[in-house]
Design a protein around this ligand. Structure first.
Ligand code: URA
Length: 212
């Protein structure tokens, strides 16, 4: 599958096993989800461009590297996306954070946008859209529709970042937004009849916030 990366880092795989375990407490789930968010931030920023800068060490003048190019924005899809943001911001503290809130209309199953707040210069930023679970792809596609259609963000500036993806979600997201890169910590087997990812980790929002 094009434009799609499973981040196979041993620390990420180890931590993912912790949050998949149904006996993991809310406190540990929250902490470890943020830790994985930080490790994913490390992986998804590997290709950030650098430029030369001349500095003086206490001993000599030297040419070294600093980040160049676009500024960054992290955009969690509410509410589960919030669970990865603190960890990501720890690693990229100057990134701006936008929010996209969506829910599924009970009768029509249409996705309704109830809250969008983005940095005003979002079109000039490299954007990381964050949601731990890529299941059917419905929310991810709706969030990317918003960014590309309504806010004029270019697909090549957007990366979708999740922890667990179902093949069905990857396929749907790639079909709807072929230009958006996808990074996931795991590619699971499939969706069950209720739209949960198997083996998955359950409802990510409920486990992060200790609801239900
Ligand atoms: N959302 C979740 O939180 N978990 C799933 O398994 C699927 C969607």
């Amino acid at each position: 599958m094009a434009n799609f990366t499973v981040v196979n880092h041993p620390l990420i795989q180890h931590k993912l096993t912790i949050i998949r375990d149904k006996n993991t407490s809310t406190k540990a789930f929250r902490e470890v989800t943020n830790e994985i968010g930080m490790l994913m931030a490390y992986e998804i920023t590997r290709d950030l461009p650098l430029e030369d800068v001349v500095i003086e060490t206490p001993l000599v003048e030297t040419t070294q590297k600093q980040l160049a190019g676009k500024k960054l924005a992290i955009v969690p899809i509410l509410r589960a996306g919030l669970g990865m943001v603190d960890g990501m911001v720890d690693l990229i503290p100057s990134a701006r954070v936008g929010h996209i809130g969506l829910y599924r209309e009970h009768d029509t199953l249409d996705i309704v946008e109830y809250f969008v707040k983005l940095p005003q210069d979002i079109t000039e930023r490299r954007i990381f859209v964050v949601d731990p679970m890529l299941a059917t792809g419905g929310s991810a596609i709706a969030a990317l529709d918003q960014l590309t259609n309504k806010y004029n963000c270019k697909p090549e500036n957007i990366t979708f970042v999740c922890l667990v993806a179902a093949p069905e979600g990857i396929k749907a997201l790639q079909a709807a937004h072929p230009g958006v890169a996808i990074f996931t910590a795991a590619l699971d087997d499939r969706l069950n009849e209720n739209g949960y990812i198997l083996p998955g980790l359950g409802d990510a929002g409920d486990r992060i916030f200790g609801t239900k």
